[in-house]
Write a protein that binds this ligand. Structure first.
Ligand code: TYD
Length: 204
């Protein structure tokens, strides 16, 4: 049983790396559940719709954060905790650290307040391992635009995304035991190799 999260700025490749990691772990005999945030449950996917719609320009940062936290609370209760209790490995594309990086470092909401809200939403559940796929902001945004996966949240100014990336580095530095950083500007194959090695090491 292990709870792994992938984090990173836009276009860092989390969503293409995650299924490859799952495949690798399954081949080694593990029972693996993959999920993503916001979303991952029926209710979470409905909340996700509100968050990513291009025309929801009125969405206030405080509303936004409550929606992220609502989706997360549902995910923890409905999927993550039961799966971990069954002895499975859960891999999640984004989790609480996204809130600290985006709403905290990005939008400038108070980090201590956010941590308290996160504690409430997750009932204190933290990942065992968090892998930061680190990539230059402009490179990442360009990748995302090229894949035509542009959404409301990507449209914030570059300095926002720079703060997010810098925030991730600070979070990783604050908790080096839980975090590992991968250079996501490398080829997808190399990134996957690094991720696999990190997970194997973490499993001991
Ligand atoms: P998504 O299309 O899933 O982006 P990505 O593939 O990069 O994960 O959209 C999720 C967006 O939501 C992304 O811009 C990050 C943002 N986000 C937050 O701002 N706070 C959060 O707590 C979470 C989970 C995501």
């Amino acid at each position: 049983m292990m709870f792994i999260t992938l984090e990173g700025p836009e276009g860092s490749g989390k969503s293409s790396q995650l299924p490859l990691l799952a495949e690798f772990l399954r081949a080694r005999g593990h029972d693996v559940i993959c999920t993503r945030e916001p979303g991952g449950t029926k209710i979470g996917d409905q909340i996700r719709e509100v968050l990513v719609r291009m025309d929801n320009v009125e969405l206030h940062p405080r509303t936004e954060i409550l929606l992220f936290l609502s989706a997360r609370a549902q995910l923890v209760e409905e999927l993550v905790l039961p799966s971990l209790a069954d002895g499975k490995i859960v891999i999640c594309d984004r989790y609480g650290d996204s809130t600290l990086a985006y709403q905290g470092y990005g939008h400038g909401l108070d980090l201590e307040k956010l941590r308290m809200m996160l504690q409430f939403a997750t009932n204190g559940l933290k990942p065992d391992l968090t892998i930061l796929l680190d990539v230059d902001v402009l490179v990442g945004l360009k990748r995302k635009k090229a894949k035509d996966e542009w959404n409301r949240l990507d449209a914030y100014e570059i300095s926002f995304h720079e703060r997010v990336r810098e925030g991730y580095h600070q979070l990783a530095a604050q908790d080096p035991k839980r975090w590992r950083i991968v250079d996501a500007s490398q080829s997808a194959e190399l990134v996957q190799e690094n991720i696999r090695q990190i997970v194997i090491d973490a499993m001991g």
